[in-house]
Design a protein around this ligand. Structure first.
Ligand SMILES: *Cc1c(COP(=O)(O)O)cnc(C)c1O
Length: 400
């Protein structure tokens, strides 16, 4: 197991300042290898869901591993092309987008997944069978950690509900649309393998209706380990079950199986380092106030995610119970009643699992600067995005 040391993290914090996102290339490679070892068959393709972390240096590293890329916006498609991915290595999984973005994606020559009847009809009318597409189906099953990060249930906006299959088929027939793939993505943090298996069963019931089918895209949602005792998705068991399912189903045997992991590949590689500004003793809690807030790491406030927090300046100190909070003029609690080694002002606190949806969801709220990003490769740290400076706050404003 690859691991950056506390000394390396502190050194990076001192060299590049805080708050700081630090990523570890070798960890990403390790996770990719774990995935491809489990999903070893040549009919399986991995597309990194780059909305988790789009820094070009990360995209280039992922490309160097031989991985493909999954995009959630046309700009992500352009970033992927910029990073060197070929159009045939890029999948655009669209959701609720304007049709002109689909046209643009088609002109760029990337794989396109359509997720509404409306865009499917527009696509059919404009392009008929001249360009293959895939369809995102909403299987109407519940999966994932909580309702905010679950996307396959019957109140979710994602995908075309399986109950509208008839309308899909009518459009496909009317415009002779070439449907080469079916896609489901039921949410995040799915530890129960049966959720994937159920999704596959839903698709297996309809694949015979799509004679041009080449692949089934099972999305992602692999759960990662945030703390001791967490049960991550058992990737090897999942691979074994999925392969069995496909082998046992006559019309699925020759289909490719695609995945779009985001968090699985980059969550663990990321460390978010903050420095302690103030310690406050109150009746209810001792607050550690760090030089950041939900403007830099929104996940705990946004959907209750858990990040292990370590005092890397005093790693062996006696543990005490703290509340870790930010410096925003808004409640920004990172952790409540958390055991952390005795902490003093000036110490560095490191948040784990900060690679996915960390920097990517950051903002300039409170007119704070977005953090810098650093990438370790072969134990060498390099800056891959500088910290904002004051001019960045003014950059797009007119009338100055
Ligand atoms: C976000 C997303 C993913 C990645 O999900 P993770 O939980 O980060 O692995 C994959 N596919 C689609 C369509 C997504 O929207």
């Amino acid at each position: 197991m690859q691991q950056l040391t506390n000394e390396q993290l502190i050194q990076a914090a001192q060299q590049f300042g805080t708050p700081l996102y630090v990523y570890h290339s070798e960890k990403i490679s390790e996770k990719y290898q774990q995935l491809t070892t489990a999903f070893h068959k040549s009919n399986t393709k991995i597309f990194y869901a780059c909305k988790a972390l789009t820094n070009i240096s990360i995209l280039k590293h992922i490309k160097s591993l031989g991985c493909n890329v999954d995009c959630s916006s046309i700009n992500e498609v352009k970033l992927a092309l910029y990073a060197g991915f070929k159009p045939t290595e890029i999948l655009y999984t669209s959701n609720g987008i304007a049709f002109n973005e689909i046209v643009e994606a088609k002109e760029l020559g990337v794989y396109i997944t359509i997720d509404s009847l409306s865009n499917l009809a527009k696509f059919g009318a404009a392009f008929g069978n001249t360009y293959p597409i895939s369809l995102r189906i909403r299987p109407n099953i519940m999966g994932g950690g909580n309702i905010q990060i679950s996307t396959g249930h019957d109140e979710s906006k994602f995908g075309i509900p399986i109950t509208q299959l008839q309308q899909i088929l009518e459009l496909v027939q009317q415009y002779n649309i070439n449907v080469q793939g079916l896609h489901i993505h039921t949410g995040s943090d799915i530890d129960n393998i049966d959720v994937f298996i159920k999704g596959i069963e839903v698709l297996f019931e309809i694949i015979h209706q799509f004679p041009n089918l080449k692949f089934i895209d099972l999305g992602s949602g692999f759960k990662v380990k945030y703390k001791e005792g967490d049960k991550p998705t058992d990737i090897s068991l999942l691979a074994q079950k999925i392969y069995e399912d496909f082998d046992n189903h006559p019309s699925a045997k020759n289909l490719e199986i695609w995945f779009e992991p985001g968090k699985f590949l980059v969550s663990e590689c990321g460390h978010f380092i903050t420095q302690v500004n103030v310690i406050k003793h109150n009746e209810e809690a001792t607050f550690i106030g760090v030089d950041s807030g939900f403007n830099h790491l929104i996940r705990p406030m946004f959907y209750g995610s858990y990040h292990t927090i370590k005092n890397i300046s005093n790693p062996n100190g006696e543990e005490q119970e703290y509340a870790v909070v930010g410096n925003l003029c808004e409640t920004d609690t990172f952790a409540w009643k958390r055991k952390i080694a005795t902490t003093q002002e000036g110490d560095y606190l490191c948040f784990s699992n900060a690679g996915a949806y960390g920097f990517e969801m950051s903002s300039n709220f409170n007119s704070r600067y977005k953090p810098a990003e650093v990438l370790f490769k072969n134990n060498e740290a390099s800056l891959i995005r500088r910290r904002d400076v004051f001019e960045d706050l003014l950059r797009n404003q007119t009338g100055l």
